[in-house]
Design a protein around this ligand. Sequence first.
Ligand SMILES: Cc1cc2nc3c(=O)[nH]c(=O)nc-3n(C[C@H](O)[C@H](O)[C@H](O)COP(=O)(O)OP(=O)(O)OC[C@H]3O[C@@H](n4cnc5c(N)ncnc54)[C@H](O)[C@@H]3O)c2cc1C
Length: 380
Amino acid sequence: MAAALQGRPVSIIGGGIGGLTAALALAQRGASVTLYEQAAELAEVGAGIQLSANVVRVLDALGLGPAIAPHALRNTAVHLHDAAGRAVMQMDLLAHRPQARFLIIHRARLIAVLAAAAAAAGVDIQLGTRIDAPPQGGLVIGADGLKSPIRQVLNGQQVPFFTGQTAWRAIIPDAPAQSATAQVFMGAGQHLVSYPLAHGQRNIVAVVERHDWQDEGWSLLDDPDNLRRAFSSFGGPVPEWLAAVTATNIWGLFRHPVAEQWHNDHIAILGDAAHPTLPFLAQGAGMAIEDAWILTACLDAETDQPTALARYQALRQPRVTRIVEAANANARNYHLRGPKRHAAHAILRMANRFAPKVMPSKFDWLYDYDPLQAVKTRGR
Ligand SMILES: Cc1cc2nc3c(=O)[nH]c(=O)nc-3n(C[C@H](O)[C@H](O)[C@H](O)COP(=O)(O)OP(=O)(O)OC[C@H]3O[C@@H](n4cnc5c(N)ncnc54)[C@H](O)[C@@H]3O)c2cc1C
């Protein structure tokens, strides 16, 4: 380790999962970090988040394993169903890669763990502070999400586009669980994902295609009856889960293309600021966490900051582009209509029965990726 970060001043704009992870990683390597968050407190919407093995490797390297463990469940499998609740495919995560850990956690718990660790590592967290232009002096990191002003400094004016998808999120009470199985129910133009959380809760994300979304609001409260109506044709456990929903938020899902320019000589962007994605591969926050680690490792390994930032973009851009495209493909595949849907489900059922290892291994490139090795092995 070249320890190039010792004492280096860094300003981070945005206290979401990406900004907090970067703050912690940089502070652990000796940087003098100030984090600016526009909100008055570090809060998160009531929702769960899936952290796949590629992401858990970073959280472990940051020393967060023990703080996360009491609040996380181990995800053991992903089960795909049709809208009626009939099994289509089962991806056993443990059988395919027994050593890897896939976790599920409430977002607010993850934010709390990251914030406490960042503060303990010496990060100066300035809440209620909106920053719209890069501060002078030192390195500036834009972790300021979908509408990032820092992205615009690097890439010019860009307005996020509506993807034609909206998502409800809700949390309901559930029997306490030791481990988790993510359940996906796929209907024409809509799907629903659910998994248990620690402490006797269950997370629900329900997505529908919709072309009339007017509200630019990021997250709105909605009447749970709207959610129930939209998924009234779904079977299996879905009706019982939805009957238990007493409060729900709805999101219009917006995104940008992956940014062309991620840095100049003294500014860099990460997470949703650089590459917002559809949530259909559960990798948005994961990519932000990978970015934070790799940006830090590049900066620490190389005293010339522009060279380090160029290397960061070169390492990250191809991977996140592939992930965003895979999430888009899932959006199409989950929502197929008519004969195409029946044919696709029939093929998946056959594959599940006769070649059960094929589907899990389709994602080796995603889950077997080790961000800790990525910087060590390339060009150092
Ligand atoms: C329905 C849904 C389900 C999802 N499920 C998953 C999942 O299971 N797994 C997963 O990995 N990802 C998931 N994601 C994606 C994930 O939520 C995002 O990709 C991730 O939160 C992005 O983190 P970020 O830190 O880059 O940005 P954000 O979380 O958007 O944080 C940006 C922060 O910057 C602050 N900010 C913005 N502008 C300024 C400013 N000018 N000055 C100061 N502060 C500012 C904001 O207040 C905010 O706190 C999901 C997303 C959705 C919509």
